[in-house]
Ligand binder design. Structure first.
Ligand code: HEC
Ligand code: HEC
Length: 188
């Protein structure tokens, strides 16, 4: 075999191997469309065709709704009642703070705002008896949200563990926030 012929044969062999790999690659080509990839049944890149399920927010007024278990120990509770007319919370109007004020809450059947919201700066000697809301807690809906009635396509398997069984419906952060921290040295 001449040198040229040998090079030709090697070339052809390499081409053949290449073709086999190409064909294998085609066989394995993903058979998904962009619609199949997400859970919305819509084109993933553009959201075209996405139809969000209707979100049914609570319509029952305060006093007529049922409180929900907390999602974990000392998690902010979800709002079980309608908030129509109470939002947006503004500088001149905060009806949440009025009904949930510890002085009035009990008579209304509302959970009183906890002491943490009056003494957020827990590392200083803030007067915890004062009922002056800490500015960082003024806008309640930053952290508390109404819970819509939904049927999630992927179930949440998280199961919270409450050290105090009452923790499902009440918080005790004011008693617990120092847990595990030595304030003198700043270490654990
Ligand atoms: C008219 C009085 C009233 C107003 C205004 C009001 N609430 Fe309530 N809230 C209640 C009552 C009463 C409950 C207890 C559930 C029920 O009886 O409906 C409650 C329950 C809650 C809960 C659940 C507490 C728990 O222990 O699970 C949260 C959170 C809450 N409200 C936040 C808010 C926020 C935030 C606003 C303002 C956007 C607000 N509320 C406005 C009376 C009120
Ligand atoms: C920065 C986030 C944040 C803001 C703003 C906030 N909260 Fe909370 N809230 C929490 C967290 C976290 C908890 C649970 C831990 C605790 O008690 O501090 C809580 C707990 C509560 C509880 C349950 C108390 C109990 O004893 O079970 C009520 C009621 C409540 N908040 C009402 C309000 C109201 C009304 C406002 C507005 C005036 C407000 N919160 C603003 C984060 C917030």
């Amino acid at each position: 075999m001449t040198r040229h012929k040998r090079i030709l044969w090697i070339g052809l062999a390499l081409l053949g191997i290449g073709l086999v790999f190409f064909a294998l690659g085609l066989g394995n080509a993903p058979s998904f469309t962009p619609q199949d990839l997400g859970i919305r049944n819509a084109v993933l890149e553009t959201d075209a065709g996405a139809e969000l399920p209707p979100l049914a927010y609570p319509t029952t007024p305060p006093g007529a709704s049922e409180r929900m278990p907390r999602s974990q120990e000392n998690a902010p509770p979800m709002i079980p009642h309608s908030i129509e007319g109470f939002v947006p919370v503004t500088q001149s109007q905060n009806s949440c703070a009025a009904c949930h004020n510890p002085n009035t809450a009990q008579a209304l059947g509302a959970t009183p705002i906890p002491p943490t919201h009056y003494a957020l700066d827990l590392f200083s000697d803030t007067d915890t008896t004062s009922l002056q809301l800490d500015a960082a807690r003024y806008s309640c809906t930053m952290c508390h949200a109404p819970q819509a009635e939904v049927d999630p396509p992927i179930a949440n398997l998280f199961i919270p563990e409450f050290r105090n069984p009452d923790g499902q419906f009440s918080s005790d952060l004011m008693e617990r926030w120092k847990e595990g921290v030595d304030l003198e040295t700043g270490t654990e």
